[in-house]
Design a protein around this ligand. Sequence first.
Ligand SMILES: [Zn+2]
Length: 175
Amino acid sequence: MADEPIINLHSDSHFMGEALRQAERAYEAEEVPVGAVVVRDGRIIARAFNQVELLKDATAHAEMLALTQAEEMAGDWRLTDCTLYVTKEPCPMCAGAIVHVRLARVVFGASDAKAGAAGSVLNLLRFPTLNHRCDITAGVREPECRMLLQNFFAEQRQGGSKAGAAKERGQKKKG
Ligand SMILES: [Zn+2]
């Protein structure tokens, strides 16, 4: 124990912390709080948070935006030596993209029992007939990742956020 550094800058926990910072930015922007970073050779080459509402684009999940950034940084669509850290288990769309860019490894925080495509509902990251499989590490800093999502949805239900209030106003107008 005494030999272990106090802060391991290359640990999964550290990089998940960076993904959590992105998720907090999403929360502040009233987006579903999911954040992602892509790491290559111990360095972050892409960071993104969910921007579905901001960009009015249902495909603008944190993972999709981070992968596109990472491809630009790498100058290649192949990300075979990269690891993606994401606060929530990837959905089928993102898992599909992860396989397409041939990521080496995916590390996620909170599982998604309804839509998780990295083992919860299905596992596209290790699908037998696809031509690429990723290593998966689940549950890194899971309580923090899950709390952020739970708090967000609780706030939405209460109509406490600006987005929630705006949505309610919109519904009232329609009604
Ligand atoms: Zn997704």
